[in-house]
Design a protein around this ligand. Sequence first.
Ligand SMILES: C[S@@+](CC[C@H](N)C(=O)[O-])C[C@H]1O[C@@H](n2cnc3c(N)ncnc32)[C@H](O)[C@@H]1O
Length: 350
Amino acid sequence: MSEPLRARSTSTVGRGKAVVLASKPSSAQFSDKHVSLHFGDALAHYAAWPSPSAIISDGAYGVLGFDGDTSDHLDVPRWYEPHVKAWSEHATAKTTLWFWNSEIGWAAAHPVLERHGFRYVNANVWNKGKGHIAGNVNTTKIRRFPVVTELCVQYVFEAKVDGKPLKRWLVEEWKRTGMPMKRANEACGVKDAATRKYFDQGHLWYFPPADVMQKLCDYANRHGDPKGRPYFSLDGSRPVSELEWRAMRAHFDCPHGVTNVWDRAAVRGNERVKTDGGRAVHLNQKPLDLMSRIIEASTRKGEVIWEPFGGLFTAALAARQLRRRAYAAEIDSTYFQYGIKRFSEPEPQG
Ligand SMILES: C[S@@+](CC[C@H](N)C(=O)[O-])C[C@H]1O[C@@H](n2cnc3c(N)ncnc32)[C@H](O)[C@@H]1O
């Protein structure tokens, strides 16, 4: 990686904080049946957390958003590097990463994510609407259109077999059978969809559903060169089973009527965590409903969610309400203490 232009980002300590609690947390961890919230650097905790079905990252934006945020996007790659490396060591083919950021912050971080094996799926735009800037923009001075958006970018962790990405492994296994590619269409009982979709090596590639995979597998092992059998095997001794194949990709349930533009005002009113004096505790508190949306879409009940940069632990709170299991960290003592107060409500049953 090339060196950033500056050795260190500008200090952001104390900036924009409505409150700094003098007291320290009475315990470095809050846990119940659904959440484990840690006071400290996420890097110190990843190794002890179970492997995640979803990672929800809401860290440095390069906009001086919290103590330790980078002051511009140039330092964003270096900031994320150790975290993304650790995520890649604990992620599986079932892991979805939701990466919240500004547009330029995401652009800067994307190469780091890709290099560590996360595959881009979709960019979702959180549109906070005109209310977000009402009365705050002097159009005679401003040199760009006012920004009212953030991104929440979906990645999956690239499944690999024998060190090869799945789409390459599929084609290479078929080639090993010695049969022409077009026989894969016959195997699946389609005109050309198998070669067009499942053997494509670009962005038009489709993950073969379990029933299709079963057909490819049966056909290859019945008609392929006997010397090369088994074909499409993960362990070298038998073809992949339906259950194993289903575990090779992340879960996704698309809710009806939701697109990749999320019109939703910034957090206000009762939802906003405030000081006794009524000031917002954290500049970056995310809406609970958007966190619930991504958790519901990408995980099932009982599955594990990581929230490395907890802030006020909005993702962990949503995870608890949805009966998932959240593992989260927050490095700032004040945010940690306010964050864990949100968990004083009784836990959902079940
Ligand atoms: C953008 S905010 C997250 C806001 C959160 N999504 C919410 O809804 O409240 C990022 C948070 O990450 C924390 N943070 C930064 N580096 C961290 C690290 N290495 N480990 C744990 N937390 C960290 C910051 O103190 C900050 O509160």
